[in-house]
Design a protein around this ligand. Structure first.
Ligand SMILES: *Cc1c(COP(=O)(O)O)cnc(C)c1O
Length: 338
């Protein structure tokens, strides 16, 4: 029972190179489920790209990446005093509070490497401008590798980043979610400053055509309208076939992240794509003969049961079907890179 991510290797690698060339100083981000590829795969790929620095989400991921990548590792979660960290010269800590800077310096044997994070319009972590300036000025016994800004999605990055550079005297910056043209605009405005983009989604998932999620069909049964099936013994709504396909809750199937839809129309679309119909049936992400098919009941741990109406020839056991999933919420059993 296998849910697979198929990667057109040559096409994907071409895309990675193109993004790295277009965004000088690129810091690949390898975190979470590794954007579907696993963090281990991304660590090796960053080495292949020739990166000197990889960003990870957590200290646990830093250990995982460190085994497969020789360069430096920037940890995106801010350091906190309750965090037990094995010292390493390859680690670059993110510090988002003045008190943490003092505590980290006191706890470390030799000067820890840090980036200081600014509190942007995102309001996740970081110090406001005045606090960050003071922390930079007072920093002793640490090696400041740069200032980090985590920005919201969308436009307006150039002005926000530029305002920070204006107010905080430092020549090395790390930013996220700035597009190629925004980065170019910033470089033109601030040629004396190094601005390194941290990129995950646009890098790993930027060429969707190189990626295909597919599930193996593990069983096929003819059914008649009214037959009871599954854990919940629901009646099927018509004649046709019951397909058992790989991919269940353990893979994140049927567990959609909350929709970012902001307008009523977007919400309606997202409901129609992933949601329930009026009678409580849920549309599955499994595509058979060009259409997403209905679940006959909620997904199981590792497989799902879906209904294929009469008139559509069923796939054979062992065939693969396409799955429409978000890569950042899916755990694949296998990642096959050609
Ligand atoms: C995840 C993350 C990134 C990368 O975000 P993408 O949208 O995947 O490019 C950059 N910076 C920080 C702080 C992050 O947490």
């Amino acid at each position: 029972m296998t849910l697979r991510l198929h990667v057109d290797g040559p096409r994907w690698r071409r895309h990675l190179r193109r993004v790295a060339d277009a965004r000088p100083g690129l810091v690949p981000v390898a975190k979470g489920n590794g954007y579907g590829f696993t963090v281990a795969n991304l660590a090796r790929r960053a080495a292949w790209l020739g990166s000197d620095l990889v960003a990870v989400g957590t200290y646990a991921e830093a250990v995982e990446v460190g085994r497969r990548f020789d360069g430096d590792i920037l940890v995106l979660e801010p350091w906190r005093p309750f965090r037990a960290v094995t010292p390493s010269r390859r680690l670059v800590h993110t510090v988002s509070r003045p008190a943490d800077l003092a505590d980290l310096t006191a706890a470390a044997e030799d000067a820890p490497r840090v980036v200081l994070e600014g509190l942007t319009s995102m309001r996740r972590h970081g110090m406001p401008v005045g606090e960050l300036r003071a922390a930079l000025g007072a920093a002793r016994g640490v090696r400041v590798e740069g200032v980090a800004l985590h920005l919201p999605l969308g436009d307006g990055h150039v002005d926000e980043i530029d305002a920070w550079i204006d107010q905080v005297p430092h020549d090395r910056w790390f930013v996220s979610h700035a597009t190629e043209s925004e980065l170019a605009a910033l470089r033109a405005r601030r040629p004396e400053v190094s601005i390194r983009p941290r990129v995950g989604t646009d890098l790993w998932l930027g060429d969707r055509g190189a990626l295909a999620a597919r599930a193996v069909v593990t069983d096929v049964h003819p059914v008649e309208r009214g037959d009871r099936v599954g854990y919940r013994q629901r009646r099927v709504r018509g004649s046709g076939h019951l397909l058992v396909v790989s991919g269940g809750t353990a893979h994140g199937i049927g567990l959609e992240a909350p929709t970012p839809a902001a307008t009523t129309r977007q919400r309606a679309v997202s409901l129609a794509k992933g949601g329930l119909d009026a009678t409580g049936r849920a549309l599955s992400p499994f595509v058979v003969a060009g259409k997403q098919r209905w679940f006959v009941e909620p997904p199981h741990m590792q497989i799902s049961m879906v209904f294929l109406p009469a008139g559509t020839p069923p796939p054979a056991i062992g065939d693969e079907v396409d799955v429409r999933v978000r890569f950042t919420t899916t755990l694949f059993d296998e990642v096959l890179i050609s």
